[in-house]
Design a binder for this molecule. Structure first.
Ligand SMILES: NC(=O)c1ccc[n+]([C@@H]2O[C@H](COP(=O)([O-])OP(=O)(O)OC[C@H]3O[C@@H](n4cnc5c(N)ncnc54)[C@H](O)[C@@H]3O)[C@@H](O)[C@H]2O)c1
Length: 323
């Protein structure tokens, strides 16, 4: 029987991954944890407060729950990490090594998300191959490359079945994004409904790799269920779905919100982070090794985002008040 402990479960990915795991398995087989108290976020399965920097607490929780897998989502994202790089290093690296250490002791399978941020300006931009130069210029990227290597190390040295994906920017309506460079896309959807206009912190022509959250969640589940014998890489698979610029997203949004206006006021920090990343990942290894296929392109994603946002009473009220 599977028993999956999720760290960072209150975040953008954790909110939807936890619900999907509950729907696929059973609520009692999932334990959602986060450093934030569950009173502020818990939904449809058992939930606890857990700081993944606290090795003893992590070890005790994994043992008590009888976890067979840990989905480790707790991290500090790209733009937030640059505001306090040492804190980001501590959480992203020490949290991960704690999870891998406990996984080695308890024989757990582990899921660890990497990111397009594991690449840097020296990487081929379009597309970035599965195996290529990885010299990121952000602290977030440094922790993602080191995390990929740590997962390989724990697999080779201790036999931990640590698997992972390099996500592009993720777009969703269920939970707010956590301080990444691609957050502008989610912000633009919300602003289009609430204010009818948006000022973008990236240049109009900044082409970035993106994915709709249902595809990302399905990728996690499919990779974790894939037969180990099918996987040559196991960890840090490139996956991709769509590439667009802020101007192209604004045009798509205008098809749903006529009159939507966009201005640009690039933020130097986030613009430089975006410029250092590839504009597209080559995900042919994921497609060949475990059958990865994306479903959502830009028009399908935008239509589903508006369907989801219109179903949120708080947003609908804010939209009416803002107009
Ligand atoms: N969202 C994206 O676009 C994206 C893209 C690529 C990779 N990723 C990766 O996916 C993972 C999850 O990202 P997300 O978007 O859900 O992030 P998020 O910021 O929305 O959520 C992270 C969660 O971790 C929690 N957390 C922080 N410190 C913690 C600690 N010490 N112990 C326990 N919990 C702690 C936070 O409270 C938060 O709920 C991260 O590793 C991130 O790097 C995300």
């Amino acid at each position: 029987m599977k028993r999956i402990l999720v760290t960072g479960a209150a975040g953008q990915i954790g909110t939807e991954l936890t619900s999907s795991l509950v729907a696929r398995y059973r609520a009692g087989e999932i334990l959602a944890t986060d450093i934030r108290h569950p009173a502020d976020w818990a939904r449809d399965c058992p939930a606890e407060q857990l700081d993944c920097l606290d090795l003893d607490a992590l070890r005790a929780t994994v043992k008590r729950f009888g976890a067979t897998a840990i989905h480790h989502l707790a991290a500090i994202l790209s733009a937030t990490a640059e505001a306090d790089p040492v804190r980001a290093y501590r959480i992203n690296m020490n949290g991960l090594v704690n999870v891998l250490q406990v996984a080695a002791e308890r024989r757990c399978r582990v899921f660890v998300p990497s990111s397009i941020a594991a690449f840097g300006p020296g990487t081929p931009r379009d597309p970035a191959p599965q195996s290529t130069v990885q010299r990121p210029t952000t602290m977030y990227g440094v922790t993602k490359v080191a995390g990929e290597l740590l997962c390989d190390y724990y697999h080779g040295r201790f036999g931990v079945d640590a698997r992972g994906l390099r996500f592009p920017g993720l777009i969703s309506y269920a939970a707010p994004p956590g301080g990444g460079t691609t957050d502008y896309a989610v912000e633009m959807f919300h602003a289009s409904l609430c204010e009818g206009r948006y000022t973008c912190f990236l240049r109009a022509d900044t082409r970035m790799d993106m994915m709709y959250m249902p595809d990302a969640i399905r990728a996690v589940i499919e990779l974790m269920e894939a037969s180990p014998t099918a996987l040559t890489h196991r960890n840090a698979f490139n996956i991709t779905a769509m590439q667009f610029t802020p101007a192209e997203l604004a045009a798509e949004i205008r098809a749903h919100v006529p009159g939507f206006r966009i201005d640009y006021d690039p933020d130097p920090l986030r613009q430089s982070i975006a410029d250092s990343w590839p504009s597209r990942l080559d995900d042919s290894e994921a497609r060949e090794q475990w059958g990865w296929r994306h479903e959502y392109g830009l028009p399908d994603m935008a239509a589903d985002m508006f369907r989801g946002l219109h179903a949120q009473p708080a947003l609908t009220a804010a939209a009416s008040a803002g107009r």
